[in-house]
Design a protein around this ligand. Structure first.
Ligand SMILES: Nc1ncnc2c1ncn2[C@@H]1O[C@H](COP(=O)(O)OP(=O)(O)OP(=O)(O)O)[C@@H](O)[C@H]1O
Length: 332
């Protein structure tokens, strides 16, 4: 079930529904945990291929020496270790959908092989002599910026052209905080079913609180936090509180300070002002430009928000430089 179809994902779902009706290649872009696989499965389920296989391949997890065999399959005895005949991804997905997750992680050699199959629509198993036709719909996903990867030489531009027919960008959870209440209720229900605990809902205060966090792990992180909160609350309440989210946050800001100050030779020793400025910048960076609230830099630095703002003015620091928040959120 996809939560947010009528809210934060409304515009995205319009594109998803359009592409689902066709047989076009789709490329799903979005941060980790934002729901790329969920959307890929939905596209498959809505398509005329729904009754056939949906095969997910994690492109980042395939050793280079196995790529041919994984893609094309192999015949028995075609290489040491090929004890039986094996069908590759394309054959297993035949008639259905092949979901190439984290396509940005494929090695360049693997990209060449993949492109060839996509272009030719046929393949030979490793060690095989029979040409096999394949009928597969491709959905690819990545959290990487593929255009940048092309510039860096890490991704082939011809493969990007091939898969970039219909790009769909999933917004990060911090940019669709209107979905947080429904997602929290959904995951609370799931946690109660899974753990056999009575269902407990989040209070409006807890939802407000969750809306202020920047969710680097997106929907997956929310799911984990709600499940943990259900266990800690023992089915009587959801134990959503600061300590659930912040412990991993605070040490990062601290360690950043330690590494910037500890190893400098004395002639390069930073002035106190420089250290303070860097420390404020590091806190703002960590809090995605947010100054106030439970996930704001002021809280992290144990300062009054107005004091922090005044220090930022003095040091010429603006929060926009650190923000991945939308202009609407920045105005908060
Ligand atoms: N809109 C949503 N409604 C309900 N559940 C969601 C939604 N988005 C994501 N989820 C859930 O969050 C978890 C993470 O989603 P998913 O695996 O699809 O993300 P992803 O972007 O593919 O992650 P990764 O980048 O790590 O591969 C899954 O359990 C998924 O079911």
């Amino acid at each position: 079930m996809i939560i947010g179809q009528q809210q934060g994902l409304k515009a995205t779902m319009r594109q998803v529904d359009l592409v689902a009706q066709t047989d076009s290649t789709a490329l799903i872009l979005g941060e980790t945990g934002s729901g790329k696989e969920l959307i890929a499965r939905y596209i498959h389920q809505q398509s005329h291929r729904a009754s056939r296989n949906f095969i997910r391949v994690n492109c980042g997890a395939i050793p280079a020496e196995l790529i041919d065999s994984e893609l094309f399959g192999h015949e028995k005895g075609s290489f040491t270790g090929a004890a039986t005949q094996k069908r590759g991804w394309f054959e297993r997905a035949d008639g259905g959908t092949l979901f190439l997750d984290e396509i940005g992680e494929l090695s360049l050699a693997a990209q060449v092989r993949l492109l060839r199959v996509l272009q030719e629509g046929t393949l030979f198993r490793v060690g095989g002599e029979q040409e096999i036709n394949i009928d597969v719909r491709i959905i690819a996903a990545t959290h990487r910026n593929l255009a940048e990867a092309v510039t860096e030489g890490a991704f082939r531009d011809d493969l990007l052209f091939r898969i970039n027919v219909f790009p769909i960008t999933l917004p990060a959870l911090r940019h669709r905080s209107e979905d947080i209440a429904a997602l929290t209720a959904h995951f609370a229900q799931k946690a109660s079913d899974k753990l056999g605990l009575p269902l407990t809902l989040a209070t409006p205060q807890q939802i407000d609180y969750l809306k202020q966090y920047h969710w680097p792990g997106n929907v997956r992180e929310l799911q984990v936090i709600v499940e943990r909160a259900a266990i800690l609350g023992q089915g009587q309440y959801l134990a959503i509180e600061e300590s659930l989210i912040l412990p991993s946050a605070a040490p990062k800001a601290l360690s950043a300070t330690v590494t910037t100050t500890s190893i400098l030779p004395s002639s390069d020793f930073p002035t106190l002002d420089e250290v303070v400025k860097r420390h404020i910048a590091s806190a703002l960076n960590h809090c995605h430009g947010r100054v106030e609230g439970p996930f704001g830099a002021a809280k992290l630095l144990a300062l009054n928000p107005n004091t922090l703002r005044s220090k930022m003015r003095n040091y010429g620091i603006t929060r926009q430089n650190f923000s991945q928040l939308s202009p609407r959120e920045l105005a908060d």
